[in-house]
Design a protein around this ligand. Structure first.
Ligand SMILES: Cc1cc2nc3c(=O)[nH]c(=O)nc-3n(C[C@H](O)[C@H](O)[C@H](O)COP(=O)(O)O)c2cc1C
Length: 256
């Protein structure tokens, strides 16, 4: 095998084709951004890199707020449209028949049709070259309650999220394992308990306990970042505390 070295480029995929909503309920806009991601856990922080020529750039620079809306298979055509048309020329909410909903912590609107919308407050703007990077804190998370089960767990696997890679959009396909499965002694057992998981994982032959502490199994008390995902009790608890808010709560709290 020979690997050919190319000149530097942005060939890091897949990425989320996120729908970034901004502006106000009266004058909302959406742009699609793939240059976005999580950069810190506590406080939860993210970034979005935007060219200064974008209509959204001036809106976000002035307001210091934006919303990251996750894109689903159903929303992918709208996401593409919001990535090729400018809010200078069209009302993208209207053209794509999307609904602007109020947020709980910021004035920018969220997209009702997106299952997960992250409310963000800009902390810093860094000019990088072609793009300005808006570093922001996630100040609230809005989740469609259709995707929250009876125990308060977010079933993100049911949202049909899409990925963007090398100029094309893809559905996510089948789950290949959970966080830490490669070092988990009970991988088979836990995978069987997870929905939509194809059980093909073989327990590693090496005696893992001698080398590395395995991750906690499903339902046990969450301890660290990765474990949180599998701590059902904890998720239910945090949902009860109001950390996972249904779409209804910000609407009920704030008038349009
Ligand atoms: C899949 C996809 C990803 C994109 N990612 C970015 C991005 O990360 N940053 C950016 O400045 N523009 C990005 N664009 C382009 C903008 O979304 C596009 O220029 C849009 O029309 C800007 O809208 P606005 O002028 O209403 O702000 C992307 C477009 C697509 C289709």
């Amino acid at each position: 095998m020979t690997k050919i070295t190319w000149k530097p480029g942005t060939l890091e995929y897949p990425l989320p084709p996120a729908m970034i909503s901004c502006g106000t309920l009266e004058h909302p806009n959406i742009m699609t951004a793939a240059w976005t991601g999580i950069v810190n856990s506590e406080p939860p922080m993210t970034y979005v890199s935007i060219r200064s020529s974008r209509h959204s750039h001036s809106i976000i620079k002035e307001s210091g707020e934006f919303v990251i809306n996750l894109t689903t298979e159903q929303l992918v055509a709208a996401a593409d449209f919001c990535g090729v048309k400018s809010g200078k020329d069209v009302n993208k909410f209207k053209e794509m028949k999307l609904t602007a909903l109020p947020c709980s912590e910021i004035s920018a609107p969220q997209i009702a049709e997106s299952p997960v919308s992250l409310e963000c407050k800009v902390k810093n703007v860094t000019t990088l070259g072609s793009h300005d990077m808006f570093l922001a804190e996630i100040v609230a998370v809005n989740v469609d309650d259709n995707y929250i089960d009876a125990g308060g767990k977010l079933c993100l696997e049911n949202c049909k999220l899409v990925a963007y890679a090398h100029n094309a959009y893809y559905s996510l396909g089948r789950c290949l394992g959970f966080f830490g499965f490669s070092v988990c002694r009970n991988a088979m057992k836990i995978n069987q308990r997870m929905k939509n998981v194809v059980v093909e994982v073989k327990t590693p032959k090496i005696e893992l306990s001698k080398h590395r502490k395995p991750r906690r199994p499903l339902g046990s008390k969450a301890k660290s970042f990765g474990d949180k995902k599998f701590g059902r009790k904890n998720e239910a608890k945090s949902a009860n505390k109001g950390k996972i808010r249904s779409r209804k709560s910000p609407m009920a709290k704030k008038s349009v």
